[in-house]
Write a protein that binds this ligand. Sequence first.
Ligand code: GUN
Ligand code: ZN
Length: 436
Amino acid sequence: MSNQDLQAYRASLLHFLADPAFSDQSHDWHEDGLLIVADGKVQAAGDYAALHATLPPGTVVHDYSGKLLMPGFIDTHLHYPQTDMIASPAEGLLPWLETYTFPVESKFGDPAHAAGVAEFFLDELLRCGTTTAMVYCSVHPQSVDAFFTASERRGLRMVAGKVMMDRNCPDFLRDTAESSARDTEALIQRWHNRGRSLYAITPRFAPTSTEEQLHLAGELARAYPDTFIQTHVSENEAECVWVRELFPKSRSYIDVYDSYGMMRPRAMYGHCIWLDGRDRQRMAETQSAAAICPTSNLFLGSGLFDFERADFAGVPLSLATDVGGGTSFSMLQTMNEAYKVARLGGSYLPALRMFYLATLGAARAMRLEGTIGSFAAGAEADFIVIDPQATPLLQRRTGRVESLEELLFALALLGDDRAIAATYSAGRRVHVRSPS
Ligand code: GUN
Ligand code: ZN
């Protein structure tokens, strides 16, 4: 390999090896560290003193001393068509969907509009240090093409899918069971595993799908077992009542999805608030994952995720913004609210755990460990440079921290997009913070 393929970065390095809730050796921390990237992949990560001698003479070392380098954040649930309606007021989920969400999503049949929003959305993710996301597009297949075209051009590792929705929604957003299955299969064939793009079969949520549509979604999930599945479950009490009326034979909301074969590895369930013990046990058994969306749950008044019960059952967990129900693209802001949700529910969420959930935890929940979310040798070099001095207050507070936990906690509680000095994807810099 020629020297040109090698890049090295000096900074404080952090990445995770295991879940801090269940392991004493959860992370790898090098105060003066070096990350070596070859051909867009991690070659090595460790102490500067040990590693720099291994570099071929003449290798440029990018100096981020004083900053914190870690794997890029992974946001496991958000909606790109909702970018323009983030922070829209409504009294709860169902009126919010009717009043704002559906009208805004109706515009995504226009490829030019979809392309413009996709570019802004990706810029925003990268500004916030998010290098991988699981993204809902709209019901229009064109919205998926627009999204992946934009993310592929930037070389990003992204997961996305066309919303399937054939009832209980406006006519102008309704597909049919057959058309949604046909379109989804064509999109899987066009995009899944093409470059860094990955496809998610995306029934919006049980109330907007007929049994026939859920059946066909389950068949696709079986036919393409390495695709992702994403949907919403047990977000809001009124929604849960509605699901009981629509599916009287199902034991619970998540059991609707279970009965159609949609609980399996690589299934990502948004919210998971109003679950019972059997629901959580099924998630753990099937290795279906939860996307915890605290800013959205507080904003829409949906409820509090129960970290303790989820951990007791062994549900794979991850954190997500749920933009535009969520109120920020920033995973740091998302951690801030996750911490408070845990406190209100009687749990405690250490900062180390939150950063784990936003990186390796999410990669594990998505069955992408070894590919993204850590600095394991061979992993894709998606990483961020965090500036602990990004604002006067951060500078003051982080100047006084006495442990890694305190540093990460201050970043989670006080940080946002301003704390992300740079974002790299597959070893290429895709965002640099402009001077303020
Ligand atoms: N449930 C069904 N659709 C949506 C959506 O777009 N956002 C949220 N938060 N919940 C949903
Ligand atoms: Zn959502």
